[in-house]
Design a protein around this ligand. Structure first.
Ligand SMILES: Cc1cc2nc3c(=O)[nH]c(=O)nc-3n(C[C@H](O)[C@H](O)[C@H](O)COP(=O)(O)OP(=O)(O)OC[C@H]3O[C@@H](n4cnc5c(N)ncnc54)[C@H](O)[C@@H]3O)c2cc1C
Length: 466
């Protein structure tokens, strides 16, 4: 199949097409460079053209024209994803959904929205309408789209209470356009959502989203310190298990992360301070302060509604999730990260073991989340990068110890995920994208059906890309 770029472009010339090379290059990149492994291999990746449809009808036009001329299509929300999710590995068309931002309907407990709407704009609309907000958002709330969050994200601020996007009920409905000669529009609910959510846009384009909402609050943002790292981890775990205290964020940073990488926090902590960042509902503050009293090793150093800091730290969630890595990278470009799942019930033991084994080469950054009702942790561990071999050895040692790794140094869905082939996503791709033109290269089971996940490090494609 040879793509005919010129013919596809000519067929779409009446749409909003980007011609400037620098803009095409910028729209071909995401935050892949967090990974030194991906940075070394994917820096050259660039689309042939960028098109910005305004409506679902225009999305269909783009897909139809690209199908007819064998042109790959990689969809872009805001390009804040890691893992090179939004990068057009085989060139072709980047379809940027920045114009599709309408908030269509708001009801008690749910909202219907177009995919290009920024998370912050969606929250602003639902808050203004009826004091509601999304249950969970990426920490890139101010820049990322709701479509990109569903197709590429996993959870984030709010996951300590609501779980992650893959939990039943956290997405209500997706409307999806297929990549066929005559694109079809399909609606997914319930269990079927797994076929298209978190699929990096490899098997359909999401054009409408229905999401559940929660009551909005003016969350109180707090920093707490402890001298001992495991005290901080246990504090976070116990707080998240207090059923009556409503929280939206619990992040734990091993010393000296806060001192070395959080510039506005630095004047208020020691190098040895372990820090916990929190968002607590205002009406839960009495409960929280009582909880704090029961933990004499923990000190409250900041609360957003009552403080004497000269410079406020800004939005506290922009210290957590993958913003921690960003802050560290800005100070020390040799930092990269791991994504680790510390599952209930062994999460605290495992964290302690990894912290003892690897600190300070690795510094623990933990995010509390709930899985099947149980409190556990995601680790977005900071790594002082030395070599790819050492990075792989570190991941292997985590796996050997029983901690699952979501490899952020790979660009395929399977390697960045649970290292299993998702048959439902693959089957839907066979049906919805028969030519394999949607975000090519990202679904391992499509390109290499017999790939065996004995090891997460060995996929020939990434090795061959050197
Ligand atoms: C500093 C930082 C912090 C982050 N924190 C978090 C976090 O807390 N939680 C989290 O989950 N992620 C996090 N991320 C990753 C990312 O920001 C989020 O997942 C974000 O929601 C992605 O949205 P986006 O609009 O930028 O998507 P993009 O990067 O543009 O796209 C992501 C993926 O979705 C696909 N896609 C986009 N729109 C559609 C569509 N309409 N239909 C089909 N496919 C589509 C793209 O092709 C791509 O594969 C973070 C990243 C950074 C750099």
């Amino acid at each position: 199949m040879t793509p005919n770029i010129a013919a596809a472009k000519a067929a779409l010339a009446h749409l909003d097409i980007e011609e400037k090379e620098t803009n095409i290059r910028a729209s071909s990149r995401d935050f892949f460079w967090y990974s030194p492994v991906l940075k070394a291999r994917l820096d050259h990746v660039v689309a042939d053209f960028v098109v910005r449809p305004r409506t679902e009808a225009e999305v269909i036009e783009v897909l139809k024209a690209c199908y007819a001329h064998n042109v790959p299509v990689t969809t872009r929300g805001a390009g804040t994803g890691n893992y090179a999710q939004a990068m057009p590995l085989e060139g072709g068309c980047v379809m940027h959904l920045r114009h599709m931002t309408a908030v269509k309907e708001i009801h008690p407990g749910r909202v219907i929205v177009e995919p290009g709407c920024l998370l912050k704009d969606l929250d602003a609309a639902t808050k203004e309408h009826s004091n509601q907000e999304l249950r969970m958002v990426s920490s890139t709330w101010s820049t990322a789209t709701i479509g990109g969050f569903i197709a590429g994200g996993s959870g984030g601020v709010g996951s300590c209470t609501w779980g992650t996007l893959r939990d039943l009920g956290n997405i209500i409905r997706l409307r999806v356009v297929t990549m066929e000669e005559e694109p079809r529009i399909l609606e997914f609910h319930g269990k079927d959502l797994e076929r298209v959510s978190h699929a990096y846009g490899t098997n359909g384009i999401i054009t409408e989203i229905e999401m559940p909402l929660a009551p909005a609050y003016d969350w109180v943002e707090l920093f707490v310190t402890t001298d001992d790292f495991m005290d901080a981890a246990r504090f976070a775990d116990q707080l998240a298990n207090e059923d009556g205290i409503l929280i939206k964020l619990v992040s734990v940073f091993e010393a000296p992360i806060a001192h070395d990488y959080f510039q506005r926090v630095k004047p208020h902590v020691e190098p040895g301070s372990n820090v916990i960042a929190l968002m607590v509902a205002p009406h839960s503050m009495d409960g929280f302060l009582t909880f704090l009293d029961q933990h004499p090793g923990a000190a409250l150093i900041y609360r957003s509604d009552d403080h004497n800091w000269d410079r406020t730290p800004g939005a506290i969630f922009e210290y957590g999730w993958n913003h921690t890595t960003l802050r560290a990278l800005k100070v020390d470009p040799s930092i990269t990260y791991l994504q680790v799942r510390y599952a209930y019930p062994d999460h605290l033991d495992l964290i302690e073991k990894m912290q003892k084994q690897f600190s300070p080469e690795l510094l623990q950054h933990l995010e509390v989340l709930r899985e099947e009702g149980k409190v556990m942790f995601a680790g977005l561990t900071l790594v002082k990068f030395t070599s790819e071999e050492r990075l792989e050895e570190i991941m292997k040692l985590h796996e050997d110890a029983g901690a699952m790794i979501f490899n952020p140094h790979r660009y395929t869905l399977e390697e960045g995920g649970r290292q299993i082939v998702d048959d439902r996503q693959l089957k839907f791709k066979q049906e919805a994208d028969p030519k394999g033109l949607l975000n090519p290269g990202k679904m391992l089971s499509w390109d290499t059906p017999d790939f065996d996940f004995k090891s997460i490090y060995s996929h020939p494609r990434i090795q061959a890309a050197e």
